[in-house]
Design a protein around this ligand. Structure first.
Ligand code: NAP
Length: 247
């Protein structure tokens, strides 16, 4: 596929989670493909001025995707859009099943699954035929990890919603990216030595022989926005994570 086929010129792209990590990678890729990009996240847009200076057509705005009324108002204010990508995962409690409360379990679903639902619900009526919605899940969806049962459920729910909405919203297209380990701010909370050891293990075990970059997800997101025959798909961009064990 050449550069022209992946052109997004004169198209409007909204990225929920575009203030960091994979969303930022996608914002840069869409911007380079000629789109006007609106990147949403909770952090104040003033903090994003430096990024905006480098990538002129990315505009940052504050949004908490767990607030359905705020999401509705945001999409009402933004008006029409061609593509929506949701990479954000609102922080929520994990932990062993037997330590969880109903409130913990609901918080995970309310954040990732219903937050993504809310963005899609309020964006879709403002999208043209052939526009696209892309959710993000994670390799966890096929390989359970101790203490992450509800996030696995949220990811699985999004992959199911992808197929349901591809049918119901067509010709608006709906897809999901299933990322593997991507070097992003998400890992900042892990002590540096532990993170270095984990990334070394990833390089050793993953068939692709390296840790993912936010640009890897950016390229996949761009493909899903630009190729108007792809819908109902889950695209794994994981370096082969789900084929190996990294426990
Ligand atoms: N990185 C990986 O290795 C990896 C692998 C598989 C799956 N994932 C999944 O993908 C998610 C994103 O990964 P990442 O690497 O892009 O993480 P990241 O760099 O931490 O970025 C997370 C983004 O989500 C936004 N966000 C969080 N809560 C929000 C809310 N309530 N409303 C709106 N935006 C919100 C953040 O913006 P603000 O801080 O501005 O709110 C930020 O832009 C992860 O949380 C995980 O569920 C990640």
């Amino acid at each position: 596929m050449n550069g022209d086929e992946q052109s997004l010129s004169n198209q409007r792209v909204v990225i929920v989670g575009g203030t960091s990590g994979m969303g930022m990678g996608a914002a840069r890729a869409a911007c380079q493909a000629g789109a006007d990009v609106i990147a949403l996240g909770r952090r104040p847009s003033a903090r994003m001025v430096a990024e905006q200076r480098v990538h002129g057509s990315i505009t940052f705005q504050s949004l908490d995707m767990t607030d359905d009324t705020a999401v509705e108002q945001m999409f009402e204010t933004l008006g029409t859009l061609d593509h929506l990508l949701i990479t954000a995962t609102p922080p929520s409690p994990g932990g062993p099943f037997l330590s969880q409360t109903m409130a913990n379990a609901q918080a995970v679903l309310h954040g990732k699954l219903l937050g993504s639902w809310s963005c899609a619900r309020h964006a879709a009526p403002r999208m043209p035929k052939g526009g696209s919605i892309t959710f993000t899940a994670g390799g966890l969806v096929t390989k359970p990890r101790m203490g992450a049962s509800m996030m696995m459920v949220a990811f699985a729910g999004l992959e199911a919603l992808t197929r349901a909405l591809a049918l119901e919203l067509g010709p608006i297209r709906v897809n999901t990216i299933r990322p593997g380990v991507i070097d992003s701010e998400m890992w900042a909370g892990m002590p540096q030595a532990k993170r270095a050891a984990f990334f070394a293990l990833v390089r050793q075990r993953f068939p692709a022989g390296r840790v993912g970059k936010i640009d890897d997800i950016g390229k996949a997101a761009l493909f899903l926005m630009a190729n108007d025959f792809v819908t109902g798909a889950v695209i794994e961009v994981s370096g082969g994570e789900t084929l190996v064990s990294i426990e």
